[in-house]
Ligand binder design. Structure first.
Ligand code: PMP
Length: 427
């Protein structure tokens, strides 16, 4: 399995071949927020709208049949991509956020009651926190958190203490979108299952970057978004184990999710339609199928190995910058497998937002802020950080561009002994 050569993929991503701020080549290091998409995916969207678009599952006409076939083919591609047992365990949603809210509203409302415990972790994205807080508010359940080390590793050896006879579910991320930590998903799911606790895995940052096998992981629910894995925005996936989905009432009500509607009641449709009320994201789902084809042709293992090499390079180059604090576990200390493709950091000066603005001036696109992980930032004792995130199309030269530009920013802001603090507007 030869190493991935990102140079050979660059032509597939037309958006990356541009300069910004005049003549600065774009260095796009914000794929954890949303990736870019290759021509193959853009072509799939265009092809759908130019040739095969109509509403699905309803019309008895050629276009509707083609659209339905394309939509259901995409479902089977997702099934293979995540190693699900059945295609009807794959629910198309609007994204990770919609998938997690669906579990909270449907499975959660039916199974969680006053005094029950919902176990979360300190490194969750807001979309894997707020829906559970809302569920707790509706039901009187209690939210608890599995502890995390100062480095940003979950204390999985203490999981047993937190899986009590009141615990109904544990919801946790496979990869932290801020720390980059890869969590031991299979181990957490194994312990949870033994304790009779349902697992919800936020795979928003893992599904794009490493192979996913829901049966090997042993999870009950798993959520991810299309737009972070070279697919379009507006489509995502909720995987649920058949037995659980069968036993769970639907959340959104409307067209398509019914078997029969009467004056004052309905009977729900079979899976997966039961959880897909209304007109689904048809072209986006078909294009998500094209994105999966694209990633699988390259190979998730190769993509992951490529990103690990970029992380190792970034870690080495960035740790040499004075006044920097890199967040999350060190790949030097813990090995490459502890991290996925991103590095977040804080400098003693300037502020994260100023860093992002100054890097942008050099054509380097990164993200600054709390990355929808405010409780995590609170625990780290910071209000904001800067995040550089990588994908299959990023090159070692781009990591060097980031490190050089960042070293330049720190150099300009280093303590100078001058009275007036230099401000970002000065540059
Ligand atoms: N969870 C994690 C770990 C994420 O990184 C994100 C996206 N930033 C989400 C959930 C939410 O995904 P979306 O906005 O696509 O619903």
């Amino acid at each position: 399995n030869a190493a991935l050569l990102p140079e050979n993929l660059r032509d597939d991503f037309p958006i990356l071949a541009q300069t910004v701020h005049g003549d600065k080549p774009l260095v796009f290091l914000d794929s954890a927020a949303s990736s870019q998409r290759p021509r193959q995916v853009i072509d799939a969207i265009v092809h759908c709208y130019e040739h095969d678009y109509a509403n699905v599952h309803r019309g008895i006409h050629v276009l509707s049949e083609r659209a339905t076939d394309g939509y259901e083919l995409a479902r089977r591609k997702v099934k293979e991509f995540i190693g699900a047992e059945h295609a009807h365990e794959v629910i198309f949603t609007a994204g990770t956020t919609a998938s997690i809210n669906t579990v909270a509203r449907s499975w959660g409302d039916a199974n969680v009651g006053a005094g029950d415990e919902i176990l979360l972790t300190p490194m969750e994205h807001h979309s894997n926190l707020v829906p559970w807080f809302q569920l707790a508010e509706r039901t009187g359940a209690v939210v608890r958190h599995l502890p995390m080390t100062a480095e940003g590793l979950l204390e999985v050896d203490r999981l047993g203490e937190f899986l009590t006879d009141k615990t109904k579910l544990v919801a946790f991320t496979a990869v932290s979108n801020t720390l980059g930590t890869v969590n031991p998903v299979a181990e957490i799911c194994r312990q949870a299952r033994e304790a009779g606790v349902v697992t919800v895995v936020d795979a928003a940052q893992s599904a794009p970057h490493m192979a996913t096998d829901v049966q090997a992981l042993g999870c009950d629910f798993l959520a991810f978004s299309g737009h972070k894995l070279c697919g379009p925005s507006g489509v995502g996936v909720l995987y649920g184990r058949e037995a659980l989905l069968e036993a769970t009432p639907p959340f959104l009500g409307g067209g398509s999710m019914i078997n029969r509607v009467y004056d004052d009641r309905f009977t729900p449709a079979d899976l997966p339609a039961k959880f897909e009320a209304g007109t689904p994201p048809i072209a986006p789902a078909i294009a998500l199928g094209a994105a999966i084809d694209y990633l699988q042709a390259i190979g998730l293992e190769r993509i992951h190995a490529h990103e690990q090499a970029l992380v190792a390079q970034a870690w080495e180059r960035l740790s040499a910058i004075e006044g920097i604090r890199l967040l999350g576990p060190s790949p030097v200390e813990h090995g490459a497998d502890i991290r996925a493709g991103l590095v977040s950091f804080v400098l003693d000066r300037p502020h994260a937002h100023d860093i992002a603005q100054l890097l942008d001036n050099e054509g380097v696109a990164v993200r600054a802020g709390h990355h929808c992980t405010q409780p995590l930032h609170d625990r780290l004792g910071i209000t904001a950080s800067t995040r550089a995130s990588f994908y299959l199309y990023n090159t070692p030269a781009e990591i060097d561009a980031l490190a050089d530009a960042l070293a330049g920013v720190r150099e300009r802001f280093k303590p100078s002994g001058r009275k007036r603090r230099r401000r970002v507007e000065d540059f």
